[in-house]
Design a protein around this ligand. Structure first.
Ligand SMILES: CC(C)(O)CC(=O)SCCNC(=O)CCNC(=O)[C@H](O)C(C)(C)COP(=O)(O)OP(=O)(O)OC[C@H]1O[C@@H](n2cnc3c(N)ncnc32)[C@H](O)[C@@H]1OP(=O)(O)O
Length: 309
């Protein structure tokens, strides 16, 4: 049950992340500011107190990419409540940052993420789950308006489906595979959208098998099933994800957000409603300066200069 490393996407399969797959986990990147910081890193970005479970920084030559690395290695990046709260905070910060046009989420060498924290769930009562809206906060990952790319390295258990990510998956130590939220035997049923989003992503047949058996699928199978968009060698994964994010960020942020919303409508609504959403958003682009600039630049055979307005 490992996940891959993924990258790349403008519109999410499960709403947020597109992914790239590689053949084994990429090396962990040191924090920005260190001598071997990721290419283009612009330093740690912190909104509020320091992060305990994440490394958060800007990346890309123009600092237009928000890079979030899950860092809870002792639990293979299991998504405990503290980590998810920090993830929401990091996403909120990048969402509000006008310089950032796309976000990359990645993991560490061994694991992208091992799914929900089982030790945290183990003793929960119904009252605590229902009263505390357990896992409800995970939706934040799906509601981010900026394109989000998952660069999936190592184990990725239930993450692409439950966190609604589109990912490019790499193989982890020969165990390159994606696993659905384990309905059997750990939980009676996935509880963060896994049965819904996975099914829409890969179809009923494969989703049913994954959910009921909890068995892994390979990165190649994930790609063939449309769960991830691309697969990369491990050492190329993060750079590929950042490059893709930079490309997205070089477009009009306003129009990119509309396009993402439109594609996501195909995932969540009927065809008729999706077409109406698309048409409304298409018409809305005619109210933007960037639509005029893009078409004018094409006619004048020059590069467009978008102002996100
Ligand atoms: C959101 C939902 C509810 O809809 C669906 C879910 O997400 S339910 C949770 C789904 N996750 C899992 O089922 C993954 C459980 N983990 C594993 O199966 C294995 O750890 C593994 C296959 C990913 C990796 O195996 P291995 O290399 O042998 O490492 P381990 O020794 O098992 O793990 C190392 C360390 O990490 C802790 N760990 C791993 N996963 C979790 C987790 N999900 N929650 C809490 N802790 C986790 C594991 O307990 C080990 O810690 P120690 O016991 O050594 O302290």
């Amino acid at each position: 049950m490992s996940l891959a490393r993924a990258c790349a996407c403008t519109h999410g399969l499960t709403h947020m992340w597109h992914s790239l797959v590689c053949s084994r986990a990429p090396p962990a990147r040191p924090p920005a500011g260190s001598r071997s910081a990721p290419r283009g890193a612009r330093g740690q970005r912190r909104a509020g107190p320091p992060f305990q479970f994440l490394q958060v920084q800007k990346a890309g030559s123009k600092g237009s990419v928000g890079l979030i690395r899950l860092q809870r290695p002792q639990a293979l990046n299991a998504l405990c409540e503290g980590l998810m709260a920090e993830l929401r905070r990091a996403l909120d910060a990048f969402e509000a940052d006008a310089q950032v046009g796309a976000i990359v989420i990645t993991g560490s060498d061994k694991a992208f993420a091992a799914g929900a924290d089982i030790k945290e769930m183990q003793g929960k009562s119904f009252q605590q789950c229902y009263g505390g809206a357990f896992l409800a906060g995970w939706d934040r990952v799906a509601t981010v308006r900026k394109p989000t790319i998952a660069a999936v390295n190592g184990y990725a258990v239930s993450v692409p489906v439950s966190l609604r990510a589109l990912c490019r998956v790499p193989h982890a130590r020969g165990r390159d595979s994606w696993r659905s939220p384990p309905a059997v035997p750990i939980t009676p049923s996935p509880g963060a959208g896994g049965t819904q989003r996975l099914t829409r992503a890969v179809g009923k047949s494969l989703a049913m098998e994954m959910v009921l058996t909890g068995e892994r699928i390979s990165a190649a199978e994930a790609k063939a099933a449309g769960l991830v968009s691309k697969v990369f060698p491990v050492d190329k994964l993060l750079d590929a994800a950042i490059s893709c994010a930079e490309k997205i960020a070089s477009n009009s942020k306003l129009v990119v957000a509309m396009a993402k919303e439109s594609v996501n409508a195909a995932f969540e609504t009927t065809l008729a409603e999706g077409n109406r959403t698309e048409k409304r958003l298409f018409y809305a682009t005619f109210a933007t300066d960037d639509r005029k600039e893009g078409m004018t630049a094409f006619v004048e055979k020059r590069k467009a200069n978008f102002t996100d307005s």
